[in-house]
Design a binder for this molecule. Structure first.
Ligand code: UT7
Length: 330
C-alpha cells in the first residue's frame, strides 16, 4: 500500500444571519450579561431558523473551502460531515454531496460531538495517507439550537449554530505532524443529548419504543474540569509524538467552548495568549463547527500563514477528546 502525506489546502465557513445576544438571553432566563461574559467569554451566537438547514450551511462552507483550494466539486473523492445534528438521521453528507455536485465523492457522517472535526480530520488523513483517495472535504457543522432547552440557563447561554470546512489533499510531505484521539464512555452522563421514547405496543407481547430526543443535559463543572485536565495532556502527548515543543506552535486552536478553558489550557502549556485563536465571543460553542470556523477566520484575515504550525484540540460529549497538529497549506 502506498503511503503519502497530507496537506490542508482550503477553508470555508458559514453561519446563519440571526444573532442572539447576551442581552436577548436576559429577557429569556434568569441571567445577566456580566455573568455570561465573565464565565464564558461569549457575547453573541448565531442561530439557524426553521427556514434553513444544516445541509445549506455546510454546503456554503464547503464551496468556500473548495474555491480557496482552487478545485471543483468534481475533484473531491471523499466527503465527511462531522455533526451531531444532521438534518436526516440517516446522515446529511449525501445531501451535501448532491448540493455541491460532487458526484465522484463518497460521503458519510461522523459523530463525535465537539471532537467531531478532529476525529474527522484524522479519519480523512487515513484515507489519504494510504493512497485510497486523493482529495477529501471535511465539514464540521452543527445546529445545536434545535436541541437546547431554551429555559435552562445553565446550557442555553453557551451554544450557537454554524459550519466550517476544509479541503485536505494527499501531499508528498506530511503536514499532519501528530494526532491523538480518546474516548471515555464512563463519563457519558456529563454531557448528553439522549433519545427518550415511550413504549408503543404493536401486538400483545411485542412493543417498540418511539419518541424524540431530550434536550442537551450537561454538568458544566464536570465538563470544565475534564477539559482543563485532558486537553493540555493530549496536546503534550501529541507534541511529543510530533517531535515538537510548545515553542514550535504558532497557533493554539481549541474547540471554542469557553474563553476560560482556552486561557487555562494555554497557561498550563505555557503558550502565550497572543497565539490562542479565539472567536467564541461572537459565535458561542458551535460544537463540531467551532474549530474550522475559527481556522477559516484567521486564514482569511491573513493571520495564519502558509507553513504555520497549528495545534488543535477538540473535546466534548462522549466523552471524547483529541488533538491534531498540522502545518497550514502546502
Ligand atoms: O463542548 C463542550 C461543552 N461544554 C463545555 O465546555 C462546558 C464547560 N463548562 C463551562 O463552561 C462552565 O461550567 C459553565 C459556563 C457552563 C458554568 O460556569 P461555572 O463557573 O462552572 O458555573 P457553575 O455551574 O459552578 O454555577 C455557578 C453559579 C450557580 O449558582 P449557585 O449554586 O452558586 O448559587 C449557578 O446556578 O451560577 C449559577 N448559574 C447562573 N447564573 C446566572 C448557572 N448558570 C447561570 C446563568 N446565569 N446563565
Amino acid at each position: 500500500m502506498q503511503h503519502t502525506g497530507i496537506a490542508v489546502v482550503g477553508s470555508g465557513s458559514a453561519v446563519p444571519p440571526t444573532t442572539l445576544t447576551n442581552a436577548h438571553l436576559c429577557q429569556m432566563v434568569d441571567t445577566s450579561e456580566e455573568w455570561i461574559g465573565e464565565r464564558t467569554g461569549i457575547h453573541q451566537r448565531h442561530l439557524n431558523d426553521g427556514r434553513s438547514s444544516l445541509t445549506e450551511l455546510a454546503t456554503k462552507a464547503a464551496l468556500e473551502a473548495i474555491t480557496m483550494a482552487k478545485l471543483q466539486p468534481m475533484d473531491i473523492d471523499l466527503i465527511i460531515l462531522a455533526t451531531s445534528t444532521a438534518d436526516d438521521m440517516f446522515g446529511s453528507a449525501s445531501s451535501i454531496q448532491f448540493a455541491l455536485g460532487a458526484t465522484r465523492a463518497v460521503a458519510f457522517d461522523l459523530t463525535a460531538a465537539c471532537s467531531g472535526f478532529i476525529f474527522g480530520l484524522v479519519t480523512c488523513a487515513q484515507f489519504l495517507q494510504t493512497g485510497t483517495y486523493g482529495t477529501a472535504l471535511l465539514i464540521g457543522g452543527d445546529v445545536l439550537s434545535r436541541w437546547v432547552d431554551w429555559s435552562d440557563r445553565r446550557t442555553c447561554i453557551l451554544f450557537g449554530d454554524g459550519a466550517g470546512a476544509v479541503v485536505i489533499q494527499s501531499h508528498p510531505v506530511n503536514h499532519l505532524l501528530g494526532f491523538e484521539l480518546h474516548s471515555d464512555g464512563s463519563q457519558n452522563k456529563s454531557l448528553s443529548l439522549k433519545y427518550g421514547g415511550t413504549d408503543h405496543e404493536l401486538l400483545e407481547g411485542i412493543a417498540v419504543s418511539q419518541g424524540n430526543y431530550k434536550p442537551i443535559d450537561m454538568n458544566g463543572q464536570e465538563v470544565y474540569r475534564f477539559a482543563v485536565r485532558r486537553v493540555p495532556e493530549v496536546l503534550e502527548k501529541t507534541l511529543l509524538r510530533a517531535n515538537l515543543t510548545v515553542d514550535d506552535v504558532d497557533w493554539l486552536l481549541l474547540h471554542q467552548a469557553n474563553q476560560r478553558i482556552m486561557v487555562a489550557v494555554a497557561e498550563r502549556l505555557h503558550i502565550p495568549i497572543h497565539k490562542v485563536i479565539s472567536n467564541v465571543a461572537r459565535y458561542g460553542n458551535t460544537s463540531a463547527a467551532s474549530i474550522p470556523i475559527a481556522l477559516d477566520e484567521f486564514v482569511r484575515e491573513g493571520k495564519i500563514k502558509t507553513g504555520d504550525v497549528i495545534a488543535t484540540s477538540g473535546f466534548g460529549a462522549g466523552l471524547t477528546w483529541g488533538s491534531a497538529i498540522f502545518r497550514w497549506g502546502t
